[in-house]
Ligand binder design. Sequence first.
Ligand SMILES: *Cc1c(COP(=O)(O)O)cnc(C)c1O
Length: 392
Amino acid sequence: MTTSRTQGFSTKCIHAGEPLDANGGIHPPLYNHSTFGFRSTKDVLDVVEGRAQGNLYTRYGLNPTIRSVEEKIAALEGGELAWVFSSGMAAESATFLAYCKAGDHIVCIGDVYGGTFELLGKNLPAVGITTTFLLGSELDRLPDVITPKTRVVFFETPTNPNMEVLDIERIAKVTRTKGALTVVDNTFATPMNQSPLQLGADLVIHSTTKYMGGHSDLTGGAVIGKKELLGPIWGWRKNLGQMMAPDVAFLLARSLRTLAVRVRAHNVTGQFIAERLAKHPRVKRANYPGLPNFAGHEIAKRQMSGFGGMVSFVLDGDAAATAAVVDRLRLFTIAPSLGGVESLVTQPITTTHHDVSKEDRARRGIDDGMVRLSCGLEDAEDLWADLEAALG
Ligand SMILES: *Cc1c(COP(=O)(O)O)cnc(C)c1O
């Protein structure tokens, strides 16, 4: 599709990566095939030796269904190229392994997903790759903790579960002068609300399991960036066998066509629920980038165009009293994931931060009374009625 002006986000959601198929199918068909055939040895060599772009073998990503969704994701993040993976963790591990070898170093800023914390803190040290964890409040120390061995500076924004907002432009600037790569996990924000590549990040990572999939029925990941930066990741994805399955790619493409309308609705409901919670007498603190008195609000206004559906809050009670509130909820289901059409709730100390020590939780501001909500697409008034009843 060629137009003289830049297409809007909603248009890209629907049309990017989706030419009419050979039979006039309105969307690309699903190619579940593991392998693809050739008419001649010359044809197969053209693909194997990179002279022609063709289909070859699905684990390599040389499959039309995979390529179609990758083209869409690249367009949505404003990147040259996107690669999909079997999960968000697969995307992360391939990226770290592609850029770090034994003796190299990573800096991780702020709260990160539990699996990421484990990968950086336990698995990668086993192969000689170490990580320094910096709190978001310690950002001034970033230039000092980056060493000549630092290859990657990694962070999420907003973070889980504090919803802390980290300044992408500022971090990317420091990281670039030190010769390392800025890698941003954009899962919470979505490409609709935040474009890290435009703010100076080198690579963007997604767990497409969350908002991009949006219906809690698929697991996948993606890495987006310049061609030359994705290059080194290719062999790791291929040989660690981390390819997204074609039927998952097909389902993900279907989900992405409604990403704009879904995220717009998540943004409205997130704001509504956060404002109500902030005014409730039993709530000590509500964490949401869209609240004017929230610590990260000014940065969020600069780097986000919407504030999303994730809200956390701290109750005036202990762990048991908080669990009682969570257990009284009817529309919010107790589950550790996020980003789907249905609303979910979790008490971080029982799930995502269960294995974090008491001291580390205190250092990171993760209270016993903390509750994390993923606001879904139900009527916002119904969600608030559920919360109010549970709090009362
Ligand atoms: C869920 C999640 C991941 C991991 O993704 P999987 O698809 O479960 O592997 C990484 N980062 C963030 C922010 C997440 O929420």
